[in-house]
Design a protein around this ligand. Structure first.
Ligand SMILES: [Zn+2]
Length: 510
């Protein structure tokens, strides 16, 4: 009898163990899929090998001040660096040359807010769109590996890797959130300091505060960032106020939207009934906020188009999806997963922004007003930042619905133009401003800078829309012509098509 009881108990325990392990494996695989890691990897059969030394001549070069093109220039490049920029009258002999007649040479673009996750093909999408540098706002170990490989033979943009964002959760929820959302879970100042030390040792470039970090954790993170001499960027946690930001060592805020949220907390939480009062409050506060940004030398990343799209995704998702270059988006990310959809999920069944079907017209009308007000508040703040000369960096939140990596940078630049920025200011916000922020030798076409360059067929100072008229992209001196760039895009599209399990909506008439 005893023997049988022991056998039954052992048997039940074994079944439970197998169940736990297989659920763990199932969930882990689903997460890998959701982060894009199961999508076929594109191989465009291209190499970074090529000319070590060459010249581009008869080309219009964006002046270091960024406000005009210097006509008929010659640019020499050696070992991945710009060596000289001068008039085309002195063409050097004995090195290969590329003719840039009637074309416009600008620094490679930076998207200052992206999420690479495990979506390897994104690296090609960035290059094909002239994005030679990204700030990855929640880097995983695999992204650090790509960063290092890109310094060698791998094709991709330079990666500025921000460590997994810091958040505070209780032990059980924290374990789940840390696993599923790749966040750094901390509950004490000691844990913060230890995690920061670990990230510095691993070679991350910056630390990020999430919305879910408690106030004590935020203050500890700011202190640890200063102590270990690593930048602190990201959100302004919900548990904090603007006074905490001004008192911190944080040097960048990842969205203009963060200030809408902070002012909403000051206001006491607006709703459809108080929308106008809230906008009046934002107008009253915006100049002081901008002045404080200047006084504390804090930069802001735009992500205007993402926030403007919230209301459109809620009310008319099909049109929004139809307009996005969905064929290039990693299908794992677009399709989401049943495990968790937070922060992911683009398609109608999983879209994180769309209204629940059961909402009635009245509820939808109130929601529409709420989100229109939210976007308007963002624009009021953005205009105040522009007027005061706050350092603004172009960022898209790529891989958040419906911002397709690479393409979304050009959409963001169009949104910045619509919001009142001049083409010269927009170019700066996507080149020299982030270059200064990251301390990389990028963002200007001048000797000593890394040869990250884009050759355009049209003049972007006349219309920022010219930034996607790309003839050639140069990364660290390696040249990719239009045919190469198309090859990158075609192979990514084919890899996505082969990995897709849910059909994507097609644009009206497309
Ligand atoms: Zn983000």
């Amino acid at each position: 009898m005893r023997k049988w009881i022991v056998r039954i108990v052992l048997g039940v325990a074994a079944v439970m163990m197998v169940g736990a392990v297989s659920s763990y494996l199932f969930i882990d695989r689903e997460l890998t899929r959701m982060y894009g890691g199961l999508t076929e990897v594109a191989d465009p059969a291209l190499s970074k090998e090529g000319m070590d030394s060459y010249a581009i001549f008869h080309v219009n070069v964006l002046a270091p001040e960024g406000d005009r093109f210097l006509p008929d220039q010659i640019v020499t490049i050696r070992d991945g660096e710009i060596r000289s920029v001068g008039n085309s009258t002195t063409i050097p002999r004995g090195i290969p040359s590329l003719v840039g007649r009637d074309m416009y040479l600008v620094p490679g673009f930076t998207d200052s807010h992206v999420h690479l996750w495990e979506s390897e093909n994104d690296l090609l999408l960035y290059v094909a769109n002239g994005v030679t540098q990204v700030r990855d706002m929640n880097s995983l170990p695999v992204n650090l590996r790509w960063r290092d490989e890109i310094e060698g033979s791998r094709i991709g943009p330079d990666i500025f890797a921000v460590a997994p964002q810091f958040a505070t959760f209780g032990p059980m929820e924290g374990a789940f959130v840390g696993w599923v959302q790749h966040k750094t879970i901390v509950r004490t100042a000691e844990q913060v300091d230890k995690a920061v030390q670990d990230y510095v040792a691993k070679g991350y470039d910056a630390l990020k505060a999430s919305s879910y970090l408690d106030r004590e954790g935020y203050i500890a993170l700011s202190a640890a960032a200063a102590k270990h001499d690593i930048p602190l960027v990201g959100h302004l946690p919900v548990a904090t106020g603007l006074e905490d930001l001004w008192a911190s060592h944080q040097s960048e805020v990842a969205h203009v939207e963060e200030f809408v949220k902070a002012l909403d907390r000051e206001f006491g939480g607006y709703g459809a009934d108080t929308a106008e009062d809230f906008l009046t409050f934002v107008r009253e506060r915006s100049e002081d906020v901008a002045d404080q940004m200047i006084a504390h030398d804090i930069s802001v990343t735009s992500t205007l188009e993402l926030i403007d799209s919230f209301q459109r995704q809620k009310s008319d998702l099909q049109t929004e999806l139809g307009a996005a270059k969905l064929v290039y988006e990693n299908p794992g990310i677009a399709e989401g997963t049943v495990i968790t959809s937070r922060g992911m999920g683009w398609l109608p069944d999983v879209n994180i922004y769309r209204w629940p079907d059961q909402w009635d017209d009245d509820r939808k009308a109130r929601s529409r007003l709420y989100w229109q007000t939210y976007a308007e508040a963002q624009h009021i703040l953005f205009e105040a930042f522009m007027a005061r000369g706050v350092a603004i960096m172009t960022g898209t939140d790529a891989n958040v619905p419906v911002r397709v990596p690479g393409f979304s940078l050009h959409e963001e630049m169009a949104a910045l133009q619509a919001a009142g920025m001049s083409p010269a200011q927009i170019l700066a916000s996507a080149t020299s401003v982030p270059g200064d922020f990251m301390g990389t030798s990028t963002g200007q076409v001048r000797p000593g800078q890394k040869a990250n360059l884009v050759l355009l067929r049209e003049n972007p100072l006349e219309d920022i829309g010219a930034t996607d008229a790309i003839e050639m992209v140069i990364i660290g001196g390696s040249v990719f012509n239009r045919k190469d760039l198309d090859q990158m895009l075609d192979t990514v599209k084919a890899a996505n098509d082969a990995s897709r399990t849910v059909p994507i909506p097609v644009a009206e008439g497309g």
